[in-house]
Ligand binder design. Structure first.
Ligand SMILES: *[C@@H]1O[C@H](CO)[C@@H](O)[C@H](O)[C@H]1NC(C)=O
Ligand SMILES: *[C@@H]1O[C@H](CO)[C@@H](O)[C@H](O)[C@H]1NC(C)=O
Ligand SMILES: *[C@@H]1O[C@H](CO)[C@@H](O)[C@H](O)[C@H]1NC(C)=O
Ligand SMILES: *[C@@H]1O[C@H](CO)[C@@H](O)[C@H](O)[C@H]1NC(C)=O
Ligand SMILES: *[C@@H]1O[C@H](CO)[C@@H](O)[C@H](O)[C@H]1NC(C)=O
Ligand SMILES: *[C@@H]1O[C@H](CO)[C@@H](O)[C@H](O)[C@H]1NC(C)=O
Ligand SMILES: *[C@@H]1O[C@H](CO)[C@@H](O)[C@H](O)[C@H]1NC(C)=O
Ligand SMILES: *[C@@H]1O[C@H](CO)[C@@H](O)[C@H](O)[C@H]1NC(C)=O
Ligand SMILES: *[C@@H]1O[C@H](CO)[C@@H](O)[C@H](O)[C@H]1NC(C)=O
Ligand SMILES: *[C@@H]1O[C@H](CO)[C@@H](O)[C@H](O)[C@H]1NC(C)=O
Ligand SMILES: *[C@@H]1O[C@H](CO)[C@@H](O)[C@H](O)[C@H]1NC(C)=O
Ligand SMILES: *[C@@H]1O[C@H](CO)[C@@H](O)[C@H](O)[C@H]1NC(C)=O
Length: 574
């Protein structure tokens, strides 16, 4: 829809919209990096994806409030970065992509972190560059170009002559700090030594640096304090790119630390100007309240307005709240192309029709293997066929994947309250083979309800069982298995995960079209950990054996029905 601008010309300035809600990208969208591109008047944001594939989602918006995964994912072909397949560890994978646009090209500079490797092992850090000239066609993103840097959170910077630099968070073998070098973004050649610019104000883990040139100063903005309750954003500046950098006397410039806000862990920010020249900031935040116990959606992307006067330091509108007012919001002047989902309409109702493709917001844990996932295979129209992997969701030691992968496909939980269910047509034939639904944070933090072939108690007779299993670093509800009622066997069953309130999930099942029976409850704190956010999805496994039977998944349905944005609030039913 094209809205002629003159329609608004008669409205007074007070009529302009300034109110927006956080998070702007709910669910697992940490470490945001956002830009405004004057040529098409779009805002674009990248966020961290860790082990999930496709990875590095790019969301676009015209008005800063409606965001759409319209552009797809930067990392969308295994050949771009084959080593994601061996990213051992639940906190490994893609950390903190920095998105920038320069002279007609979009760049994403990021790190594939092998977090299980020793801190002093230089192979822990695989720093990479992706680029495209056509952000609307995800196939045009380049393969990863690798460059040497013993650290992470790398971000590109260009000086007035167009010379290319990368700034990053150097780690471990020297004192943690922010380092800069000239790097050829085409080849990855590091052309100078890394220069230590600043170590921050003394907070833990100085990281997430971005450099901005303004009014004769280079501003170096970083995150400190670690990505927990002490997280904050600080800034220093220098007339010379290589320093010395003078810290802002009123650091931190953004934090929710020591507040009672529902939004905590605010930091890892980026800055950009809209078409009117107003400044905005994005950061990550966790909807946990100061208790910081239950936050299954993990680190999400929030927006705030920023004032940055000539020659002076930027000031963020903080603390971050669920409902805020900022500068006049840009209007939507044209629909964004493509068919990716809007984050505000995060619901799925998927039939897996013949000829359809996996939607861009569906993710696997590392790469999908072989023909484990087929939409509408012959004889099974309108289903997604899952072939079992030998490994279950825990994988090898809860950390590694294996050559056969882990058959799993899911989507992010983006609503405080939601219902997710699928129908599964599945008759397991060999001992221990299993398919079902999971609330998945990592290999070491998830809960699953499946249909598994197990011996009837005290016999050798194998019958399908409902099996519930949860794993976390904290205590979990007990695992159990109970025979599927005979009247329910040999027919498709509905399996469902639903929030019962803001702290608990239920796992239920029943014959398709019949009322479901709740088999288990699980608290959200068992999936509140680390750097990622929960996914809901389906899996199929032989639990360490070679399974034989495929599971046919249909009527995939995710409906969000409540978004909590402040402490103790009654959920907003949407
Ligand atoms: C911008 O890109 C064009 C062609 O892609 C090139 O000719 C020009 O030198 C570049 N300008 C800068 C400042 O890098
Ligand atoms: C997208 O890019 C790929 C790879 O360059 C190309 O083959 C394809 O034709 C492009 N698609 C469109 C719609 O431009
Ligand atoms: C880089 O550092 C090495 C070792 O400290 C030094 O020998 C070399 O001269 C430096 N190179 C440049 C370009 O500064
Ligand atoms: C950062 O810390 C290291 C170790 O204490 C110190 O040698 C270095 O000078 C500091 N860097 C800056 C820019 O202050
Ligand atoms: C929060 O308060 C503690 C205790 O007073 C203080 O040490 C810390 O620096 C504060 N954090 C921030 C980010 O202001
Ligand atoms: C900012 O201030 C400097 C120094 O006073 C001045 O030279 C420059 O023109 C100003 N820039 C803007 C955009 O006002
Ligand atoms: C944020 O925007 C509001 C207008 O809605 C303005 O009054 C306030 O000064 C701004 N704050 C910052 C820090 O930019
Ligand atoms: C990942 O873990 C597996 C199994 O423990 C091991 O064989 C492999 O060498 C590890 N890969 C890396 C890159 O550390
Ligand atoms: C299975 O055997 C155990 C002891 O061996 C017994 O206590 C239990 O009642 C038996 N269960 C059934 C279902 O027969
Ligand atoms: C949420 O639901 C769970 C499971 O029914 C229950 O144990 C818990 O007390 C509920 N919490 C609140 C705050 O109502
Ligand atoms: C997952 O698979 C492993 C073998 O890979 C097996 O040891 C473990 O018991 C399985 N977990 C569950 C809950 O079935
Ligand atoms: C399981 O499958 C793998 C890969 O196809 C094969 O190498 C292996 O022999 C099979 N194991 C059994 C016990 O059938």
């Amino acid at each position: 829809m094209f809205l002629p601008l003159f329609l608004f010309a008669g409205l007074g300035a007070t009529q302009f919209l300034t109110a927006f809600y956080n998070p702007i990208l709910p669910g697992f969208h940490p470490d945001p990096s956002c830009i405004f591109v004057p040529e098409d008047e779009n805002f674009y944001c990248a966020s961290s994806s860790f082990n999930v594939f496709p990875g590095i989602p790019i969301h676009a918006s015209q008005d800063l409030t409606t965001w759409r995964l319209v552009v797809g994912n930067v990392l969308n072909r295994p050949s771009q970065l084959p080593s994601l397949a061996i990213s051992n560890g639940s906190t490994s994978g893609i950390w903190a992509p920095a998105l920038r646009y320069h002279n007609g090209t979009f760049y994403v500079v990021t790190t594939l972190v092998h977090d299980k490797k020793a801190p002093e092992d230089p192979n822990r850090w695989d720093n990479i560059i992706f680029e495209t000239k056509d952000i609307w066609n995800h196939s045009t993103w380049s393969d990863a170009v690798h460059f040497d840097f013993e650290g992470y959170d790398t971000s590109p910077y260009w000086d007035e002559e167009g010379t290319e630099y990368i700034v990053g968070s150097h780690a471990y073998r020297v004192e943690p700090g922010i380092h800069l070098a000239k790097v050829d973004l085409k080849t990855g050649e590091v052309k100078t030594n890394w220069t230590n610019l600043w170590n921050g104000t003394g907070g833990l883990a100085p990281e997430g640096p971005h450099i901005f040139k303004k009014d004769g100063y280079h501003y170096l903005m970083i995150a400190e304090g670690g990505t927990g309750l002490g997280h904050m954003e600080t800034i220093a500046r220098s007339k010379d790119l290589f320093g010395p950098y003078d810290p802002n006397p009123t650091n931190p410039i953004l934090t929710n630390a020591n507040t009672s806000s529902y939004f905590q862990t605010v930091g890892h920010a980026d800055l950009f100007q809209d078409g009117r020249g107003n400044w905005w900031g994005v950061a990550l935040a966790t909807r946990s309240g100061p208790e910081y116990i239950t936050y299954p959606m993990g680190r999400e992307t929030v927006l705030t307005n920023v004032t940055w006067e000539n020659g002076s330091w930027p000031t963020f509108n903080d603390p971050i709240l669920g409902a805020m007012r900022g500068w006049q919001l840009p209007r939507i002047i044209q629909n964004l192309p493509g068919d990716g989902p809007y984050v505000t309409e995060g619901d799925d109702n998927l039939q897996f029709a013949p000829g359809s493709k996996m939607p861009p917001h569906f993710v696997h844990w590392r790469f999908p293997i072989g023909d484990s996932y087929t939409i509408s295979p012959e004889g099974h129209s309108n289903t997604l066929r899952l072939k079992p992997s030998r490994l279950n969701l825990t994988g090898i030691d809860g950390n590694a994947g294996g050559p056969g992968g882990q058959t799993f496909v899911g989507r992010r939980q983006v609503d405080t309250l939601f219902t997710y269910h699928v129908d599964i047509d599945y008759t397991p034939k060999t001992l221990e083979e299993e398919a079902g639904v999971t609330l998945f944070l990592t290999q070491n933090h998830h809960a699953r309800l499946g249909i598994a072939l197990l011996p009837l108690s005290n016999t050798t007779t194998l019958v399908p069982h409902f099996r519930f299993h949860a794993i976390s670093y904290i205590s979990v509800p007990p695992s159990f298995s109970i025979p599927v009622p005979p009247a329910w066997t040999n027919k498709p069953l509905t399996l469902q995960i639903r929030t019962v309130n803001t702290t608990h999930y239920s796992f239920s099942a029943g014959p398709v079209g019949k009322p479901l029976q709740i088999f288990a409850y699980a608290p959200g704190d068992i999936v509140s950990w680390g750097f990622t956010g929960t996914l809901v999805g389906v899996y199929a496994t032989g639990n360490g054996r070679n399974g034989t039977e495929a599971a046919y998944v249909s009527n995939w349905d995710y409906v969000g029905w409540g978004q909590v944005r402040e402490n103790g609030a009654v959920p907003v039913v949407v």
